[in-house]
Structure formats: structure tokens, C-alpha cells
Design a protein around this ligand. Sequence first.
Ligand code: CO
Length: 218
Amino acid sequence: MLDHLKANNRAWSERKMSADSGFFRRLEAQQAPEYLWIGCSDSRVPANDIVGLDPGELFVHRNVANLAPPQDANYLSVLQFAVDVLKVKHIIVVGHYGCGGVKAAVDGQRRGLVDHWLHPIRELRQTHREELDAILDERSRLDRLCELNVIRQVRNVASDVFVHEAWSRGQKLSVHGWVYSLANGLVRDLDATVSGLDELDRLHNLPIRTVVGGPPGY
Ligand code: CO
């Protein structure tokens, strides 16, 4: 069963070993990633590949529509481990244009459990209704919602107690918001970086930007 995957795995392991015979032994001893990636589960957004990082270099949490809900035990466990134990220096929330999760949140169709998971995105749409309604092209409107979702999740991460505690003990930690384009494989920095308590307010005052003719990256 799944023999092609096992064959791929053997070939991958051999490639790694022939490039660096101590690679797996070093990783076995410890992981010391500098980055936590919070991204979408979408199969077209492979975290390590996109930023060219090896095993051991990126701590990864993925879920549908890259959410960071303050009551989600899975996300919070990852966040605390990354901040308190691994002491990552950067947390990157990475959304992507054309996100099926974001689309499903607002298309009015019932799907089941995932509708509850996506509830924060419906609230977000309500909050930014005026800006979003001004975007006539549906795809551009959804893509703007993808960006707003990333910024909202950056806010969730940056206002979390674990992150505040890290900052107050002088730990260097920045939270970033990126959005990835499926069309060209490039990430775009949304300029929503927060590196300390005093910077949190800027996320509430980010300028409203109307997307004209689709965001850069198309
Ligand atoms: Co997605």
C-alpha cells in the first residue's frame, strides 16, 4: 500500500544523507527552529518548500483558513511550545489568495462542523462590510478578506498572553502577516508586523486599502 510514497521517502532520505551524512543524527538530538508558521491546510501551500527551509528550521501549525482562535487548545499548545520552549524569534501567519476556507465561510452554503470553525471569518466580513462591499469583483473581494483575515490572526497572536509574557521578560519575538499567491508562488508581506506591546495598536489603525483589479501577485 502506498508504495510510491515509501519509495519517495527512501529516495529523499538517501538524498539528504548523501548531501550531509550527519543530517538526521543532528536533528534527532534537538530541533531549534527560529520560526513558527501558522498557515492554511491547503495542499498547495507547503510551508517549508515556500521559504526554502529544511526539516528542523520551521515549526509548523496548519488549519483550515490559517486561524489563531484564542480558545483553540491545539493552536495554543503549539504557540506556547514555540514561544516558551523553542523560543522562536518570528511567528508568521501566512494566508493565501483564493483560500477555499475563506470562501466557504461567506458563500452561504452549509457544510457542517467547518461552518463553526469558520465563524470568525464571517464576523470579520461583517466588521469590514463597507470596505468589502466597495470591491465589485468577487475574487478581489474574497482576496481582500484573505488579507484582512491574516491581519486579524496576527492580532490574535500578538495579543495572546504567552506572547505578552515573552515580551515582558525581554524575549525577542515578532509576529508577521503574509499572504501567498497560488498563481506565482510568491509571498507578500502585509506590513502588519508587531514586535512589542507598544506596537499592538498599529494593527487597529492599518489603512483601509481597496483592491483594484486584483492584488499584486496575480
Ligand atoms: Co486556504
